[in-house]
Design a protein around this ligand. Structure first.
Ligand code: ASP
Ligand code: MG
Length: 467
């Protein structure tokens, strides 16, 4: 059987109890030939990055001291979960780590130009420590776990802080991990970190452990990649807004990518690209409720295509409308317009156009004061703040007629603007005023997922809803 990659995020390894849960989850998965990928313990990556800033400020001693609290958390977990001998070994590892980081802090304080590679070197200790600790905890549960230095597997360029994996990663990962799997060992490696061809440590960018898991999964032709986190998969809506939001059982890769923009809890599309390329299913599971099925993300053909899957939203959106008769029948106008956003480094999310006007939505409006005068060179500018983007996502939108009509009739008393049926057509996106968003989302959730008559879920019922 091909292996299963099991990735545990920082919140899944934040304390002794969390480690215990992980051990139980891995134990149950032994027949699936697990390969474990783990993040730094919750909060430690932030602390490591902050320590580098302190060192740059010149105070290397304070920089190192600022890590003592988190280093002690590691030791406390070890003391609670390991036998005396392996605990002593791990405490030694922590002490050595502190000494090494201390040296690096001193170098950065004296020569701040060394920051980029040394920051990666320092931050990488987070994943190295959690992986060594987890391997020891798994052994304590009588599992044949073996710590693997992920830097021997993930080969990257030297773009420190957001290094790009290189093709050599595949043979290197296979060479490191296959012999272990063949002798029934459970490899445990840190996510997020790699090394250059010269052996210099690199990191893949924040949240990079998911990416590591997908890369390792692709290299080993995994049966499945599991992302263990602190929520029960991907939900049909934000549970803080819709009490009856529930876990979506199956999503297509493209639906997941559409949802990623809206929910911090959903995987970033880039991180699962290696899985998509190899058509490996990705499962999002809850390490605090391991019995719940979570969400399985698969290729479109297997993903129950005829349904609406989720209602996503994002508050705090600003829309900008530029109107100009110059647009009529002219070319080059859109380019000029987008160049303004480009110049001010402002990302545009939704765009709709008519013959004489263009509306754009942005979620970071900090550059607007400088941006608007430039836009005014092109036409009349109107800005509206406090908007919410609502997006209905599902492969069902591709070929189920009438969904748009039913969605909009459900919220016909709410002012809707910037309607866009995404180019991909697995989403129907529009803007409402922030003050009406909750109401709109609740009603849409009801017709899409709760209404008793809905039968098939794309059959949006049209009953009156008392929100
Ligand atoms: N520990 C790293 C971070 O916090 C990588 C990860 O958790 O995915 O960004
Ligand atoms: Mg994470």
């Amino acid at each position: 059987m091909n292996p299963t990659i099991m990735k545990f995020g920082g919140t899944s390894v934040e304390d002794a109890n969390a480690f215990r849960n992980v051990a139980a989850i891995v134990k149950d998965a032994v027949p699936l030939r697990p390969v474990v990928v783990v993040s730094a313990i919750g909060g430690f990556t932030n602390a490591l990055l902050a320590s580098v800033q302190k060192a740059i400020g010149g105070d290397a001693r304070a920089a190192t001291r600022s890590l003592d609290h988190d280093l002690k958390r590691h030791v406390a977990i070890a003391r609670e979960l390991l036998n005396a001998e392996s605990c002593a070994a791990f405490e030694l590892t922590v002490a050595v780590t502190r000494r090494e980081i201390r040296q690096l802090h001193k170098i950065i304080a004296m020569h701040p130009v060394t920051q980029p590679p040394l920051q990666d070197e320092i931050v990488a200790y987070g994943e190295q420590l959690s992986a060594q600790l987890l391997a020891a905890v798994l052994r304590e549960s009588n599992l044949t776990a073996r710590y693997v230095d992920a830097r021997r597997c993930l080969r990257t360029n030297d773009n420190y802080g957001s290094a790009v994996p290189l093709p050599e990663t595949t043979p290197a990962t296979r060479a490191e991990l296959m012999p272990l799997l063949e002798s029934s060992r459970i490899p445990v490696l840190g996510g997020f970190i790699g090394s250059t061809d010269k052996g210099v440590t690199t990191t893949l960018g924040r949240g990079g452990s998911d990416y590591s898991a997908a890369i390792v999964g692709a290299a080993l032709e995994a049966r499945e990649i599991q992302i263990w986190t602190d929520v029960s998969g991907v939900l049909t809506a934000d549970p803080r807004m819709v009490r009856k939001a529930r876990t979506i059982p199956v999503l297509s890769y493209q639906e997941a990518a559409e949802l990623a923009y809206f929910g911090a809890k959903v995987l970033h599309p880039k991180t699962i690209q290696p899985a998509i390329d190899c058509r490996i299913p990705v499962r999002v599971c809850n390490s605090r409720a391991a019995g719940e099925p979570g969400t399985l993300i698969v290729a479109e053909s297997e993903a129950a295509p005829q349904t609406v899957k989720a209602i996503a939203h994002k508050n705090g959106i600003t829309t900008v409308q530029v109107t100009s008769a110059r647009m009529l029948g002219a070319y080059g106008f859109l380019r000029a317009l987008f160049e303004v956003f480009d110049r001010h480094r402002t990302a545009v999310d939704v765009v709709t156009t008519s013959e004489v006007s263009v509306s754009l939505s942005i979620d970071n409006a900090s550059a607007l004061p400088e941006l608007i005068p430039d836009l005014e060179q092109l036409g009349a500018v109107e800005v509206e703040e406090h908007r919410t983007i609502i997006s209905i996502v599902g492969e069902g939108l591709r070929n189920t007629p009438g969904i748009a009509a039913r969605v909009f009739s459900e919220i016909s008393d709410i002012n809707v603007s910037m309607i866009s049926v995404g180019a991909s057509s697995v989403n129907l996106t529009f803007m409402v005023e922030e003050s009406r968003a909750t109401e709109a989302i609740k009603r849409l959730h009801y017709v899409c997922f709760e209404a008793p008559a809905s039968g098939s879920r794309t059959e949006l019922a049209t009953e009156e809803v008392t929100a």
